[in-house]
Write a protein that binds this ligand. Structure first.
Ligand code: 2U9
Length: 396
């Protein structure tokens, strides 16, 4: 109720009063009810502040001389016997409407309560918030779930934690030194092209090894860890990595890796095979077999690729009468690359006890996105990164 003088002038000339009824016919009653409800709507719209609301409420609901009380007296009590029931129903309907209108008017009239946010800015909230109607349904916040790739990463990390490995992580934006040079990729060595990535701009003024890029593998974290921790170490390193590859069903400019490193006195290739064979049985079931075939990586010598017997077709290469697509009917799935740490790599951390005459180590690297594709029978890597809840919630 705007307390400005002109509002008063405007309301004064149209204030509604409850008329005495002479004609109690349904039509006359409807007419009278209509006029009353019109006045109610009009006055309700004028309720702006709390005090407006109080005046509005009292005018319509006051036990003594409120409009509803007058209606009771002038219409119901005054109605002849045969019209009592009809008038009674009409008056009850009006009563309900008036009470609901007054109640809801309170909500929009309530003056904003001055509440301070933690940062001290005023929070404008209506006291309606204070009279919380707990019967109202809450705003259901759908509980998210672990992303299938993260679920796979955590399953793999759990296997190595149980073997006494600690999880190390590091920066996605790396220097040329940690991502390439310290991992036996000399400056301008063609092997670098196998791991082309995204280079941070305007670095030309810096020495090459300090130039920043998006890491192409999590191996830099192993170097950073060996600079901090003396041998023996057993670490696994999960994380996002980047390659300058166009996205398709099996490639993405951003994907995940889990690498591992174990360095101690007299670590052998046998330790590598035993450790990975155990890990694969823990991950894919005790019946899976592992097989290693020679390979090459700049930071390991000798190097190998490790296959596991297909955990989808059991190694037969067939699923019933159909060919097993995940293992391309070979019965084997290539899971990771590995090898004995190249002594050249230890050169970069020899001051911290990594003397390749005294210690040796093995390392491995796998792509958990690809393992998740196989595990969940998904044939398009992009589905993992498009954030389509309809797809992702299947893995909840
Ligand atoms: C240090 C020493 C050795 C990490 C290794 C691999 C083999 C490997 C691939 C897995 C999936 C890359 O994303 S992928 O295609 N990685 O096959 N990674 S050995 O060797 C290291 C790392 C750090 C200090």
């Amino acid at each position: 109720m705007k307390s400005s003088p002109e509002g008063a002038k405007e309301r004064r000339h149209v204030a509604y009063t409850v008329p005495k009824l002479k004609d109690f016919s349904p039509a006359a009653l409807d007419k009278a009810a209509e006029r009353l409800l019109a006045a109610l709507e009009k006055e309700n719209a004028e309720v702006k502040t709390e005090s407006d609301w109080k005046a509005f409420r009292d005018r319509w609901l006051a036990r003594k001389n409120g409009i509803l009380t007058q209606v009771n007296d002038l219409w119901l009590k005054a109605a002849p016997k045969d019209a009592k029931r009809e008038v009674g129903q009409q008056v009850n309907r009006l009563k309900k409407t008036v009470e609901d209108t007054v109640a809801s008017a309170e909500k929009q009239s309530a003056a904003p309560v001055e509440r301070k946010t933690r940062k001290g800015q005023p929070v404008v909230s209506s006291p309606a918030a204070s009279v919380l109607d707990i019967t109202l349904p809450g705003t259901r916040r759908p509980l998210g779930a672990e992303h299938p790739v993260i679920k796979t990463v955590n399953e793999i990390l759990a296997v190595f934690r149980n073997l006494g490995y600690s999880v190390q992580e590091g920066p996605e934006i790396e220097t040329d030194y940690y991502n390439f040079e310290s991992l036996n990729f000399p400056p301008n060595h063609p092997a670098r092209d196998m791991q082309d990535t995204f280079f941070i701009a305007n670095q030309e003024s810096k020495p090459l090894r300090e130039r920043l890029l998006l890491r192409t593998h999590t191996s830099p974290v192993q170097i950073r860890t060996m600079e901090k921790m003396k041998p023996p170490i057993r670490i696994v390193i999960p994380g996002k990595v980047h390659r300058n590859d166009p996205p398709d069903a099996s490639h993405s400019p951003m994907f995940h890796q889990i690498e591992g490193l174990a360095v101690d006195t007299n670590i052998t290739f046998g330790d590598l095979k035993g450790t990975l064979d155990h890990a694969m049985k823990a991950l894919f079931g005790s019946s899976v077999k592992t097989s290693f075939r020679p390979s090459f990586f700049p930071f390991t010598e000798p190097s190998a690729e490790m296959m596991v017997s297909c955990f989808i077709c059991g190694g037969s290469g067939r699923r019933g009468s159909d060919p097993c697509r995940p293992c391309k009917q070979t019965g084997w799935i290539e899971i990771l690359g590995c090898g004995m740490v190249d002594p050249n790599v230890f050169e970069f951390v020899k001051d911290n006890g990594y003397d390749s005459r005294k210690v040796s180590g093995f390392a491995f690297g796998m792509g958990p996105d690809r393992i998740a594709l196989l595990k969940y029978g998904v044939d398009d890597l992009q589905l993992f990164f498009q954030n389509d809840i309809r797809f992702l919630r299947q893995f909840a």
